[in-house]
Structure formats: structure tokens, C-alpha cells
Design a protein around this ligand. Structure first.
Ligand code: HPA
Length: 275
């Protein structure tokens, strides 16, 4: 644990030596979301390979770099490329970058992902503000000795998705004429896609969205007392009784890439308000 803390501090120190200003908000980009921010001119871009103790990414659609810049004047640090549990990383590795962003001084986190839609009212390309989650990962990022420098041994999870940010996300979306909903995200280890019986079960227990990320990071963010906005892009609807032959990952990247532009429009307004 001491070692983990030291590695986080070393990575943060390396970034701090180069960063032009301290970021206030961290943004974790999900699959296929990277291109939406192509119009931002970054003041610092650091490949993960240049940062001490950062692992490498292997997933298509995930760049593998940290970017610092301003969106509507608001200083942000973007984690472009995340580490997934299904890649074989343990939970400490999955949440390492977020802990480094926290060590840089962020107060808030915007965490995005591509997800399957379980709620019949959803459709491909819809943006869904996450209201809560169901954790079905077989491991936990806070398992093991608790380092009190990170926070409580038994952190509360109610309110992990900051209600005020979710409300603003929904209101801004509607003002801009962008379709938005809210819902509960269920996190699974993957990498296999759910069976029809699993999909029926997930709907039954109250999930609106299913995906393979986000939950570990949000648990850590809550322990670190960060404000969190979680947004899923519904890249495919999950119908238990329809067998699809299409390549899931290709579709995920395509649909997410388009909807991410709308998401970015909402974030521009939200970040300007929270200056
Ligand atoms: N299942 C799990 N993860 C996903 C899906 C899905 O249908 N779509 C995007 N990520």
C-alpha cells in the first residue's frame, strides 16, 4: 500500500513538473470517445509511456495519453485511454490513473463509457446520465489494507453520482435539443457479452445500462470525495431474444464516435458553469 501511494505520487510529480496550470476536473474517455475533443488545443499531452508507473493500453479506440487543456476556460485533465479489468489488469491498476489525477488536484470527475442499453425506452446513440450503479465485478478496488490517506475504510456509495451534476447534465441536454435520459449502470468484468438469460436477470434487478468499466473508478472517486458525473453512450440495445451477428466492438466505436460530439456540446456548457 505504501508502495502504491508512492507510485501515485511519483507519477503525479512527473506531470506537475510539466503542467502549465492545475486542472480542476478530470475526464475519463470511454471507447470511441477520443475524437470528440479533436477541436481542443491541448497545452500538454503526455503519452502514458512517458509517465512513471503508468501501464500501457491495448484496446482499440483508446489512445493512451493524458491531456491538459481548457474547455470553455475550465482547466481539465483528460485520461484518453482507460485500463479495463478484462485486459487482465488488477483493480489497483484500473484505478491508478484516476488516483494520479486526484493527486494533481482535481475536484470533479466526468467519467464516460460505451454501454449496452437494457431499458426499452433507450435507443442507439442515446446519452444517459448515470444515477447509480450495480457492482458485479468479482474484485474490488478498495480490497485489502486501507490507506487512510485515500479515505474511509467503508466509504458510502449513496450519492456517488453527484445529483446536482446529473440534473445539470439532463437540463443542458434538453436546452440544446439533445436526447438525454438517466439510468442505473451495471458493471461486469467482460470480456464476453451477456447471455440472454443474464440480460433478463439484469433488467429484473433494475439495471438500465450494462458495460465493462466505470464502476471501479467511481468507487475510488467516492472514497476520494470527488464530485462525479457519469455518462454512458448507448452503443447497442440489448434484446435478450434477438441474436445479433454484428461485430460488437466495431459498432461500439462507430456509434460512440457520433454521440460523443453531442456529449462534448453538453460538457462545454457544464464546465463553463462550474468554473
Ligand atoms: N455489453 C457489455 N458492454 C458493452 C456493451 C454490451 O452490450 N456495449 C458496449 N459495452
Amino acid at each position: 500500500m505504501q508502495e502504491y501511494y508512492r507510485k501515485i505520487q511519483e507519477a503525479a510529480r512527473h506531470i506537475k513538473e510539466q503542467m502549465p496550470y492545475p486542472p480542476l476536473t478530470g475526464i475519463i474517455l470511454g471507447s470511441g470517445l477520443g475524437d470528440a475533443m479533436a477541436a481542443v488545443s491541448w497545452d500538454l499531452t503526455l503519452p502514458y509511456s512517458s509517465i512513471p508507473h503508468f501501464p500501457g493500453t491495448s484496446v482499440k479506440g483508446h489512445a493512451g495519453e493524458l491531456r491538459i487543456g481548457r474547455i470553455s476556460g475550465h482547466p481539465v485533465v483528460v485520461q484518453a485511454g482507460r485500463f479495463h479489468y478484462y485486459e487482465g489488469h488488477d483493480m489497483r491498476t484500473v484505478t491508478f490513473p484516476l488516483r494520479v489525477l486526484h493527486a494533481l488536484g482535481i475536484r470533479g470527475l466526468v467519467v464516460t463509457n460505451a454501454a449496452g442499453g437494457l431499458n426499452d425506452a433507450y435507443h442507439d446513440g442515446l446519452l444517459v446520465g448515470i444515477s447509480d450503479h450495480i457492482n458485479m465485478f468479482p474484485d474490488h478496488p478498495l480490497r485489502g489494507l486501507n490507506d487512510n490517506r485515500f479515505g474511509d475504510r467503508f466509504p458510502e456509495m449513496a450519492g456517488a453520482y453527484t445529483p446536482r451534476l446529473l440534473e445539470r447534465f439532463l437540463a443542458i441536454g434538453r436546452e440544446l435539443g439533445i436526447a438525454v435520459e438517466s439510468g442505473v449502470y451495471l458493471g461486469l468484468p467482460g470480456p464476453s457479452i451477456e447471455t440472454p438469460a443474464e440480460l433478463r436477470f439484469m433488467k429484473m434487478i433494475g439495471a438500465d445500462l450494462v458495460g465493462m468499466s466505470t464502476v471501479p473508478e467511481v468507487i475510488v472517486a467516492k472514497q476520494l470525495e470527488l464530485d462525479v458525473l457519469g455518462v454512458s453512450i448507448v452503443t447497442n440495445m440489448c434484446f435478450p431474444d434477438t441474436v445479433t451477428e454484428e461485430n460488437m466492438h466495431t459498432k461500439v466505436l462507430e456509434v460512440a464516435g457520433k454521440a460523443a460530439l453531442d456529449l462534448f456540446e453538453i460538457l462545454k456548457v457544464l464546465l463553463e458553469e462550474t468554473l
